[in-house]
Design a protein. Structure first.
Length: 278
C-alpha cells in the first residue's frame, strides 16, 4: 500500500471518528432526557446515575397531564406554529418573487436595505412592536403572536436566490399566453420552488414551535400560553421536579423531530438549491 493511499485511509477514518464523537455529544442529552422522563424521583437523585431506568414508570407523564394544562398549551403551540409557517412561506415567497423577477425602480437598493435589517437584534424592536400591538388590542391573541414574525429577511433572501435560477423564458412564455403575475406566481413559481419552500416551512415551524420569549411577552393569560412557556412554569421557586420537566421536554421535542423526519428529503434539496444563483 502506497503512502498516498495510507494517508487517504487515515483521513477517512479520522473524519469518521470525528463524526461518531460529534454524534455522541449531540444525541446524548436527548437520550438522557428520554431516560430521565421514565425514572422515579428516587432513581433520578441516586448517587450512582443509571443510564437505563431500573424500573421504568409513566408516572411523570401522568402527573404532567394532570398537573398542567398542557393540552391547551399544545393546541396553542400547534396553532401558532402552523399559522406562522403558512403565512411566513406565502409572504416571503411573494416578496422574493418581486425582488427576483419583477423590475421596479430601486429594487436592488431596497433589497440591500432589507438585508441590513438582519444586523438589528430583535430585542431592539420588541418593545415598540409590543406597544403597537397593545394599542391595537392584539395582546393575548394569535394575531398579535403571529403577524410580527411572518416576514423573514432570511426567508426572502433564500427564496430570491432560488427564484433567480429559474429561467426567465418560462415566465415570458406565460405572459405571452396571457397569464397575470398572480397566475404566474401561484401556478408556475410556487410549484417550481417546492424544495426551498419546504425548507423554509421547516425552519418556520421549528422556530415558532420552540419560540419562548415572544409568546411569554404577548400571551399574558395562562390559557393562551404556548408549550415552551407552560414547560418553563414547571420549574418551582425552591424545588424542581426533574422527572416532570424531562417528560415535558420530550413532548416538546417529539413533534419537531417528526416534522423534520417527514420532510428531510425536501429540506436537504432546498438547502442545496437555495444558495445557488443561476
Amino acid at each position: 500500500m502506497s503512502a498516498g493511499v495510507r494517508v487517504s485511509k487515515y483521513k477517512e477514518w479520522s473524519f469518521f471518528a470525528f463524526l461518531c464523537i460529534s454524534l455522541v455529544f449531540t444525541l446524548f442529552p436527548f437520550i438522557w432526557m428520554l431516560s430521565t422522563s421514565f425514572k422515579s424521583p428516587g432513581e433520578i437523585f441516586t448517587q450512582t446515575p443509571t443510564f437505563i431506568p431500573v424500573q421504568a414508570t409513566l408516572d411523570n407523564y401522568r402527573n404532567l397531564l394532570q398537573s398542567a394544562n398542557l393540552g391547551r398549551s399544545f393546541l396553542n403551540s400547534l396553532v401558532f406554529a402552523t399559522g406562522m409557517t403558512i403565512l411566513s412561506v406565502l409572504c416571503n415567497a411573494m416578496a422574493a418573487y418581486g425582488f427576483a423577477k419583477l423590475s421596479f425602480p430601486g429594487r436592488e437598493k431596497i433589497f440591500a436595505l432589507l438585508l441590513l435589517t438582519m444586523m438589528v437584534p430583535g430585542q431592539v424592536t420588541m418593545m415598540p412592536v409590543f406597544l403597537i400591538l397593545k394599542t391595537l388590542g392584539f395582546l393575548n391573541s394569535f394575531v398579535g403572536l403571529i403577524i410580527p414574525g411572518i416576514a423573514s429577511v432570511f426567508g426572502i433572501f433564500m427564496l430570491r436566490q432560488f427564484m433567480q435560477a429559474i429561467p426567465e423564458e418560462i415566465l415570458e412564455a406565460a405572459r405571452i399566453d396571457g397569464c397575470s403575475e398572480y397566475r404566474i406566481f401561484f401556478s408556475i413559481m410556487l410549484p417550481l420552488c417546492r424544495p426551498v419552500l419546504a425548507t423554509l416551512a421547516i425552519f418556520s415551524f421549528i422556530g415558532a414551535w420552540n419560540e419562548f420569549f415572544w409568546p411569554l411577552v404577548i400571551m399574558l393569560r395562562e390559557d393562551m400560553q404556548t408549550l415552551p412557556v407552560a414547560l418553563a412554569n414547571l420549574n418551582g421557586q425552591f424545588n424542581t421536579d426533574w422527572g416532570l420537566l424531562m417528560a415535558g421536554s420530550v413532548l416538546v421535542v417529539v413533534p419537531v423531530i417528526l416534522v423534520f423526519l417527514l420532510a428531510q428529503k425536501h429540506y436537504i434539496k432546498g438547502i442545496a438549491a437555495g444558495g445557488v444563483k443561476g
